[in-house]
Ligand binder design. Structure first.
Ligand SMILES: [Zn+2]
Length: 105
């Protein structure tokens, strides 16, 4: 569990690029929780901007999608491997909206 957790964290950090700080936690229900925070942005409370999503690969994708949109909006000059999947991320966002109240999000 611990090994795969850090491997997942490294994979996510590589995808998210140099501006991101990635943490993979385990919540009370033993679920993986992905947290991607921005090293350049703070929100009003003074904490770093972050995306926080629970749940294995779904959580990974959801957090990474949020992060990808953050990069596009706030750091359009930055480069990260996840930006290659922007189109897929937008497609997933669209599908989640289409699914409406039945979605987990
Ligand atoms: Zn940022």
């Amino acid at each position: 569990m611990t090994a795969s957790r850090s491997a997942r964290g490294r994979r996510a950090a590589t995808q998210a690029g140099p501006l991101a700080r990635v943490k993979v936690d385990v919540d009370a229900a033993d679920q993986l929780v992905y947290k991607i925070s921005c090293t350049a942005c703070t929100v009003r409370s003074g904490k770093p901007w972050s995306a926080y999503r629970p749940g294995e690969d779904n959580g990974y994708l959801a957090a990474m999608d949020r992060w990808t949109f953050h990069l596009v909006e706030r750091h359009p000059d930055s480069e990260a491997p996840c930006l290659a999947f922007l189109e897929e991320a937008q497609q997933r966002l669209h599908e989640r909206r289409e699914a409406g109240t039945t979605a987990n999000e």
